[in-house]
Ligand binder design. Structure first.
Ligand code: BGC
Length: 368
């Protein structure tokens, strides 16, 4: 686990403590990851129904997850009900409720809005189902049993470091002019990615190495509603015309690949040189852009491994065993610390892309 000092260095630890969501302070007493609501439930039949409720298709990883869940649950002998909620929060609430009614034994949820599912996950618990938050934390309820995700804070740290390294490679001496983008505020991950990145960038802003020319350094100034490309593109257009008439933009913190490409589109449309732009998800178009020397970095969070870790949880629950938990401290959802299985994200730039995607049938073709 990351050390206390490192966690305390996170810019918004105090804010997190106040809002009671996101990462928990390391000194928070841990939940009994083996008792209470999170204890091993009773075994259930090997061909039970497993529900998977996914959010909107805001990035490729969700689409990959849909196919993997369908195939792998079927291969394991379960009945699978895998749904997207493209229509929004109400649709996702109805889907989960209907999975409960159909008798699903485990419900895996990638939440659109992590704070709006309290009623549905309580219904799931009352019906004896186990609830797994997939990729995104479900907040303000004790009815979520487990969380499985890539380490979100680490993703942010990797992005912050990549931004610094990318700019230093282009121009050895600062100060550097940068802008900051965050994800959608209804997704619990967005704040954690931002805090991870700011744990690296804030000290450099404070010592003058970095200058956020727009002065928009707060999470709620940087957010991108709905993780939508057009919202990031519009904000970048505005920032460029307001703050970069004469200044050069050296770098942009982008929380994911979809937004990174929107930011690059905006900069190009303004006739400016492409700055160092970070990303996340290893989307095909972004890996192409990295290989072409445009987007600087992405993060590899191989969806195959995340689905595999989730299915391992389901398999343990089917046998009445307690699933693997690697972290029972970090994810306070406001009501409980949710026992988590966290996977390690990997930073990818042009320098290590070939190696990073060597076993990915699609991306290894892009890296050549
Ligand atoms: C995921 C990211 C993804 C974003 C938008 C987040 O919750 O962790 O991988 O880029 O949602 O879909």
């Amino acid at each position: 686990m990351r050390s206390l000092t490192k966690v305390m260095a996170a810019s918004a630890v105090a804010a997190l403590a106040l809002t009671g969501c996101g990462r928990a302070d390391e000194e928070t007493p841990t939940d009994t990851a083996g008792g209470g609501a999170s204890g091993a439930a009773e075994a259930f039949p090997k061909d039970a129904l497993i529900g998977v409720s996914l959010p909107q298709k805001t990035s490729e990883n969700w689409v990959l997850a849909e196919n993997l869940f369908k195939d792998d649950l079927a291969k394991a002998g379960f009945k699978a009900d895998v749904q997207f909620a493209n229509g929004g929060v109400g649709e996702q609430q109805n889907q989960i409720q209907s999975m409960v009614t159909k008798g699903a034994k485990v419900i895996v949820i990638g939440a659109i809005d992590g704070a709006q599912l309290g009623t549905q996950v309580k219904a799931a618990k009352d019906a004896g189902a186990t609830v797994i938050a997939y990729d995104r934390l479900i907040k303000n309820t004790d009815a979520v049993d487990y969380y499985v995700a890539y380490d979100n804070f680490k993703v942010g740290e990797l992005q912050g470091n990549a931004l610094l390294e990318g700019m230093a490679a282009k121009k050895p001496q600062g100060p550097y002019n940068i802008e900051l983008f965050a994800g959608s505020p209804d997704d619990a991950n967005a704040q954690v990615f931002f805090d991870g990145a700011m744990s690296v960038l804030k000290p450099k802003i404070d010592d003058g190495t970095l200058k956020v020319t727009s002065n928009q350094t707060a999470f709620n100034q940087a957010v991108t509603q709905g993780w939508k490309a057009e919202n990031a593109q519009k904000r970048m257009d505005t920032l460029l015309s307001a703050s970069y008439a004469s200044a050069t933009l050296d770098g942009v913190l982008s929380p994911n690949d979809t937004l990174a490409r929107a930011i690059i589109t905006s900069v190009k449309a303004a006739g400016k040189p492409v700055p160092v732009v970070t990303g996340q998800d290893s989307e095909v178009e972004s890996v192409k852009s990295i290989m072409a020397g445009e987007q600087y970095s992405t993060i590899n969070k191989d969806t195959r491994n995340l689905v595999k870790a989730t299915l391992e949880m389901v398999a343990a629950l089917q046998k009445g065993e307690k699933p693997t938990v690697t972290d029972d401290k970090s994810y306070d959802n406001g009501v409980k610390v949710v026992p988590a299985n966290l996977l390690e994200p990997l930073i990818v730039t042009k320098a290590n892309a070939k190696e990073a995607y060597a076993n990915d049938p699609t991306l290894s073709k892009v890296t050549g």
